[in-house]
Write a protein that binds this ligand. Structure first.
Ligand code: G3P
Ligand code: CA
Length: 276
């Protein structure tokens, strides 16, 4: 073999096994999309009522990697899954979640507002969601307005521990919130469970802010309006992953693929993974 060819073959071989080539190999080649986690926002919300069993079951059928749920607490201390701090928009009742008893919350119809075929869907409990879905699909747990529900972090931690979901092998559990103090507490309570911080505020994207988040968070989850490729790289350089929300169009999903985020939080799981 000619010397140049031999040297070329040697260089090619050493590159093949070098860390540099392995780093490049991890990147998708032209035309391929990076693998992202497909997270069904409050369930498959584009097609079924948010935060209901109907919507979460549909997300599983649509092959989402995770369902995202919003957790709050009734007046008498039960953890329930609902987004708004009042029941007015998504049920046939009225009032603040934290002022209403569990029995009243459970008696409400949380499906009809989205369509008569969903009549009778009720507000799920947090524990019901854990029992029904753990091991079947990942669960991204948002503590919604935890400042209204003192001590809810421990309640959430206890429910997870009771099911052995606080262990690293059960890694498809993530806890997130817009309330950073609450997430610091959660990290102390469940040091092995990944923690996420939510924001739509550009002030939270500075190097200093990211450094601070990285002390307790594994995920930095911004609204897609503030996502840039530079931000994605910065988040990665602070050792965190980035998941962005809320996708409600194919264009928004395509934008986030282009930005190379790690997870896309979407009302339409089929915009992220068209298998269904
Ligand atoms: O998971 C991200 C997203 O849920 C945050 O916003 O208002 O839909 O809870 P929101
Ligand atoms: Ca949420």
């Amino acid at each position: 073999m000619d010397k140049k060819l031999l040297i070329g073959a040697g260089v090619a071989l050493s590159l093949l096994f070098s860390p540099i080539s392995q780093a490049f190999a991890a990147e998708p080649t032209t035309g391929e999309r990076k693998q992202v986690d497909n997270i069904a926002h409050r369930g498959a919300t584009g097609y079924a009522p948010e935060n209901t069993i109907a919507g979460f079951d549909l997300a599983v059928d649509m092959k989402a990697d995770y369902i995202e749920i919003d957790v709050q607490r009734s007046k008498d201390g039960e953890l329930v899954v609902i987004h708004d701090t009042t029941v007015d928009r998504t049920t046939d009742g009225t009032g603040k979640v934290g002022d209403l008893t569990f029995d009243y919350l459970r008696s409400l119809d949380a499906g009809s507002w989205k369509g008569e075929q969903f009549a009778g869907e009720s507000i799920p409990t947090f524990e019901e969601i854990l029992d029904r879905y753990h091991g079947k699909v990942g669960i991204l747990i948002e503590l919604k307005a935890p400042e209204l529900y003192p001590g809810m972090e421990k309640q959430v931690a206890d429910a997870l521990k009771a099911r052995n979901l606080d262990n690293p092998q059960n890694e498809k559990i993530i806890i997130q919130s817009f309330n950073f103090e609450s997430m610091k507490k959660m990290d102390q309570l469940l040091p092995k469970v990944p923690i996420g911080v939510l924001t739509s505020n550009r002030a939270d994207t500075t190097a200093e802010a990211l450094q601070e988040f990285s002390a307790y968070a594994d995920w930095f989850n911004p609204s897609y309006g503030i996502v840039t490729e530079e931000l994605v790289n910065q988040v990665h350089s602070h050792g965190m992953q980035i998941g962005s929300w809320t996708v409600r169009s194919q264009e928004a999903a395509d934008f986030l693929f282009e930005m190379k985020v790690d997870a896309i939080i979407t009302d339409y799981p089929d915009y992220v993974d068209p298998r269904n």
